[in-house]
Ligand binder design. Sequence first.
Ligand code: 4AD
Ligand code: MG
Length: 455
Amino acid sequence: MKRTKIKAALNATGPMDEITIMGWVRTKRDNKGFSFVELNDGSCLVNIQAVIDHTPEIEAALDRVGTGASVSITGELVESPGKGQKWEVRGRSIEVLGEADQETFPLQKKRHSDEFLRGIAHLRPRTNKYGAIFRIRSELAQAIHKFFAEKEFYYIHTPIITGSDCEGAGEMFRVTSLEHGSTQPPDMDFFGKPAQLTVSGQLSVEMFALSLGDVYTFGPTFRAENSNTPRHVAEFWMIEPEMAFADLADDMDLAEEMIKYLITHIMDHCPDDVDLFAKWVDKSLMPTLENILKEPFKRLPYTEAIDILKKAKKGFEFPVEWGMDLQTEHERFLCEEQFKKPVYVYDYPKTIKPFYMRMNDDGRTVAAMDCLVPRIGELIGGSQREERMDVLQARMGEMGLSEEDYWWYLDSRRYGTAPHAGFGMGFERMLMLVTGVANIRDVMPFPRTPNSLDF
Ligand code: 4AD
Ligand code: MG
């Protein structure tokens, strides 16, 4: 089918004698002798206006057209006399591709709540706001690859089905080919042992950092944690770079550079869509983003963060104590109220972090870092990895992990071990940051959360 995308039509450099546009009708207004049709095809936020003079045939077609119908309009691209738009289409013919029953079509002109739209996740990308979200999501994914390509990081596809629990948190979905309710032992299962969906590609990607130097993985990850928060989902995407011959400071440098690069890229490449969020979703979006770009992030040892939180005159729900994991309320206090910019908290107690993080000389903290950002809290978690075989084995012993299960991981420390570091950035959380959208469910095409697997 020959058509011009509406984005291209709106950016035309001159009039066109013959143009065909196809899209979904946002509004139709009938006048005596002609009709206005506002059309959107998802290629950009802005609709194109078509003006169509009535003939008996065209009137019959227009009678079948309501909000949500899909149509093809052929005519001329001419300068628009109306203000706010440069070009419009003078339609000569209209073909109805798909009608939309006005009695039942759920997306009428009025504004709908996010909650309502979650119930029709299959139709919500037809709205301005969700169209904008998913165009930005696409651009952000491309920007991530561009960032790493420019820095000459190699893209590694790490497996999604795994036999090891990377984070050691045990919140994994099982993968099996046995029938539901089967009493067969795991060694009768597909892989001859228990299998899960990965929670992180890190352990795999470390092997490639210790071979190719600078690498990253970017793919779906899965967590069966039953936390119904606006920041957690069961299936999300994670960006995980890993650098050989690098320490925790290098890790923080890379993450900061990446966050700033991605924000700048989205502001430059999606101005209309970002503008929609700045106007309608979060009035403080632009200042928040500009503020992140402006200055170096704060770098704060965990122990100092605890002191600050203890002294804060703030009734936290979770009392603050050295050794605890920071809660979102603490994270947000640090970056929104205390420092008013992104904060790296680093050197966490070893007791609340996974086995692979590098032990500090104090023997009680590890070279971990979390990057906390306004409105979201934790955007990134990373660390320098424990490259010393004996220390790693001791840690695994302490945490009750079997060396047999991790034989291949330990081999990387046995042969040519090297300092290395990496982090994981939640893709959806980054998307929340650049759009101001407050609920992670609203930046995903079809979110997966406890008791919700529609679509
Ligand atoms: O802090 P996490 O658990 O770190 C890791 O998985 C490391 N193995 C990464 C690494 O060093 N290569 O997760 C990393 C990020 C979090 O900071 C958060 O942004 C996001 O992943 N995340 C989630 N996003 C949405 N829903 C969830 N349930 C998430 N859990 C983590
Ligand atoms: Mg974390």
